[in-house]
Unconditional design. Structure first.
Length: 166
């Protein structure tokens, strides 16, 4: 178990090495924690965070191997896609906003070092009531462990957030 900050760095590094085939899911659990799941092949990255204020979150994370044939897939994959000058200039000529989104999403995701465009689209991020549940019930133990560790962290580092409820 590591900090969510450290896991975000690991995910970004892994993404930059191979930006194809990523899936991203997010939700809030029953306690209001933000849960984020990244899938890439048989790698599962899970982050559970609590917002401390509008600009800061704290959290814990874990990485596991899963059976990639059981992992859900959607298309297109998550990633960073450039919005070129040409696309920005043609924005006014698109009849529907979905035309621009379609043009951007038809591009393959690229690593951050290759982005030269004036704008970037990140996503898509799938919203699920319980992202870990879609990986199978065996992930329930991981979810419970992350929740316990996050609650301990928040109680230790930010007790004032919970004291009004006790």
């Amino acid at each position: 178990m590591i900090s969510s900050f450290e896991m975000k760095q690991r995910v970004a590094s892994a993404y930059n090495l191979d930006p194809q085939g990523w899936q991203a899911y997010t939700s809030r659990d029953q306690e209001g924690h933000i849960e984020t799941v990244f899938l890439h092949g048989d790698d599962l990255y899970v982050l559970k965070e609590e917002m401390i204020n509008p600009f800061k979150s704290v959290g814990v994370a874990a990485q596991e191997k899963i059976n990639s044939t059981r992992a859900p897939t959607t298309s297109p994959s998550f990633g960073l896609r450039p919005v070129t000058d040409d696309m920005l200039q043609r924005m006014t000529t698109f009849k529907e906003p979905s035309d621009l989104i379609g043009a951007v999403m038809r591009q393959k995701p690229i690593p951050t070092a290759r982005i030269r465009a004036p704008a970037v689209v990140q996503g898509p991020v799938n919203f699920s009531p319980s992202p870990l549940r879609i990986m199978g019930e065996q992930q329930d133990n991981l979810d419970a462990k992350l929740r316990r560790e996050l609650n301990k962290l928040v109680d230790r580092e930010y007790p004032h957030l919970r004291s009004i409820y006790r």
